[in-house]
Structures are given as structure tokens and as C-alpha cells.
Design a protein around this ligand. Structure first.
Ligand SMILES: Nc1ncnc2c1ncn2[C@@H]1O[C@H](COP(=O)(O)OP(=O)(O)OP(=O)(O)O)[C@@H](O)[C@H]1O
Ligand code: SF4
Ligand SMILES: [Mg+2]
Length: 314
């Protein structure tokens, strides 16, 4: 398996009036060609911050440390890679388009930049082909963004990123405003894309579909990936207490219950580096967990929890 993206002790902290808020804490992760990875975790876990880290569009109040490598070279200038190598679909489709410019012009831009020898006719053909994959007609190209629903704009964004034929697609909540048929279609297209040797990183709150479609799942909590495994294996045998809690709340595993369980508490803003981030909510915590200092893990799969500290070589 060929490694394509690697996070090495990658951290991001925002300077806020309450102190240094740690959104991403020393992430080590190897991603390979053909991987379809879903990153799941509650709101505020740092998923979008991680995406911002890959894009390099770092807000002024954010300090970044560690490294991200693409094809074994450090991404110091992500601009060079964005679009044709790594295509990023940001979380808010509403803000992705300039409201005063028709969709055609905005969608065509990427093709013009990355495929300068393509004729206008070829561009139109390619755009129509990819829009059709997402059940869209070519006439959306003649519209202004305000004339289209959030779901249509979301599908145009996904189609636009795929028409560049990137090696990696990073999609932050790409199905949030789609109906069920469109959700399945998008997740399935991503699956086929990864199976053909590309890489997809999907950020989603749709936990069941993450397990159904992605080949690997990363569970994120307060800036850390606390468990990373092949999806089937994790669904059958979740190990980290947070993963166990997330899975135990799914409607699919609570079919005969009147009320769905919930994970008690909420993700707290994080201002500390070491120690377990899940400590305050963990039903299995031990005294030692609070001061448990995690060593960097460079294995492909891992569970990051005191209970499994002998199992770093999973
Ligand atoms: N520009 C910023 N300045 C200060 N804090 C920020 C900034 N952006 C994000 N945060 C904080 O960083 C933490 C992680 O936020 P992030 O948006 O990455 O989470 P998320 O997992 O994507 O959440 P969601 O599922 O709601 O999209 C949160 O505590 C958030 O309030
Ligand atoms: S390290 Fe301790 S507190 Fe944290 S998840 Fe594991 S058992 Fe719970
Ligand atoms: Mg987000």
C-alpha cells in the first residue's frame, strides 16, 4: 500500500480570550492510496479544523505545529496541491460560491486552471457528465447561486471537485443538506472513487453510513483521534469508551427501544495538552487516566486509551 498523506504530530491551537484552545492535538496518521476514511465525532471535536489544516487556509488566530506530508513531501505550500492533487469540499456550501457570478463561470475556473488545454466544448461536456452523476441537469450552470437550494449547491460542489480528478478528496459534511437517495449516491460514488486507487476523507455526523460506506473509521474527540480501525472491525468491536458510547446510541442498535440513549455531557473546549480528553465523561475512567501521557503512535491502527496502553501495536 502506498502512503499518500501523513500527519506527523500535527497540532492546531486558536488564541482566544479564554486562552489557547487546542482544536487538534498531536495527530499521527498514515493515509494510503485507496483509503476511504470517515472521520466521526461530536460537534466541536476538531474535524473542520483538521480539514483547514490540510487546506492551509489557517485563520490568523491559529498556531500550527507538526507536519502534514503529501506523497512524502511536507505540505508547506498547500496552494500548490489544492484542486488537482487534493480537492477540499468545505463544510458550508452556502458560502462556497460568489453570489454575483453564475455557477458556470465558478465551476469552469478549476478546469481552466488545471486543464488549460481543454476546449470550451470539452469543459462543458465534462461538467455535464459529472453533474449528471449527482442527478443534476446542465441547466444549473446558467443559474446564480441564490437561485439554487442548499442541496443542489452541495452536489455542484462535490461534482466540481470530482471533475478535476484529484488524488485525494477531503469532504467536510458533504451530505448534510441532502435527502437519503442523494446521500447514498454521494457516499457510493466516493466508494467507487477510492476503489479505483484514489483517496477519500469524509467528515460526517452520519455515523451509521460512515461505517456502511467507508473502509476505515477515525473517531475524533477533543482534537485527538482516539480510535482508528477498519470500519467493520470497529463496528463489531469498538474499544475506546467514546467509540463504544457513539455506537451504542445509534438507532440501528436500539431498534426495540422507545428512547435512544445519548452520550452524557458535551465536548468541552480544550485548554490542556496531556491527559485523556474524554476523562470527564468516561464511565471507565481510572485515577491514572488523568495524568496518562500519550506517546506518539505511528502504527496504522490504534486505540488511544489508558485501558489499551499495551496495545499500541494493534
Ligand atoms: N477560528 C476559531 N477561533 C477560535 N476557536 C475556534 C475557531 N474555529 C474553531 N474553533 C474551536 O475549535 C474547536 C473545534 O472546532 P471545529 O469546527 O474544528 O469542530 P468540528 O468537529 O468541525 O465541529 P462540527 O461538527 O460542529 O462542525 C471548537 O471548540 C471550536 O469552537
Ligand atoms: S484513558 Fe481512561 S478516561 Fe480516557 S477513555 Fe480511556 S479509560 Fe476513559
Ligand atoms: Mg465542522
Amino acid at each position: 500500500m502506498e502512503e499518500i498523506l501523513k500527519f506527523k504530530n500535527f497540532s492546531m491551537a486558536y488564541n482566544t480570550n479564554k486562552g489557547k484552545l487546542i482544536a487538534v492535538n498531536k495527530i499521527n496518521l498514515s493515509i494510503f492510496k485507496g483509503d476511504y476514511i470517515a472521520i466521526i465525532g461530536e460537534s466541536g471535536c476538531g474535524k473542520s479544523s483538521l480539514v483547514t489544516g490540510i487546506s492551509g487556509l489557517i485563520p490568523k488566530n491559529c498556531e500550527v505545529s507538526g507536519e502534514i506530508e503529501y506523497n512524502k513531501s511536507s505540505i508547506k505550500n498547500p496552494d500548490k496541491f489544492l484542486g488537482k492533487d487534493i480537492s477540499i469540499i468545505m463544510q458550508e456550501p452556502m458560502n462556497a460560491f460568489n453570489p454575483t457570478i453564475k455557477i458556470l463561470k465558478q465551476t469552469e475556473e478549476g478546469l481552466k486552471k488545471h486543464y488549460p488545454f481543454m476546449t470550451k466544448e470539452e469543459r462543458l461536456k465534462r461538467m455535464a457528465f459529472f453533474l449528471n452523476k449527482f442527478y443534476l441537469e446542465g441547466d444549473v450552470l446558467r443559474k446564480y447561486p441564490f437561485q439554487l437550494s442548499g442541496g443542489i449547491k452541495q452536489r455542484i460542489l462535490i461534482a466540481s471537485s470530482m471533475m478535476l480528478n484529484p488524488k485525494i478528496i477531503v469532504a467536510d459534511e458533504p451530505t448534510a443538506s441532502l435527502d437519503l437517495d442523494n446521500v447514498k449516491n454521494v457516499l457510493n460514488i466516493f466508494k467507487i472513487y477510492a476503489e479505483s486507487g484514489n483517496t477519500v476523507i469524509l467528515i460526517t455526523h452520519d455515523i451509521l453510513n460512515a461505517f456502511k460506506f467507508a473502509s476505515k473509521v477515525a473517531v475524533m474527540y477533543a482534537g485527538e483521534i482516539v480510535e482508528y480501525k477498519p470500519s467493520g472491525e470497529m463496528f463489531k468491536n469498538p474499544e475506546h469508551p467514546y467509540t463504544k458510547a457513539l455506537i451504542s446510541c445509534l438507532p440501528a442498535v436500539n431498534k426495540n427501544k422507545k428512547f435512544l440513549p445519548v452520550v452524557d455531557g458535551t465536548v468541552e473546549e480544550r485548554y490542556f495538552e496531556s491527559g485523556c480528553p474524554f476523562y470527564n465523561r468516561c464511565p471507565l475512567k481510572k485515577e491514572e487516566c488523568g495524568s496518562y501521557f500519550k506517546e506518539p503512535l505511528f502504527n496504522e491502527y490504534f486505540v488511544s486509551c489508558y485501558l489499551y496502553k499495551q496495545r499500541k501495536d494493534l
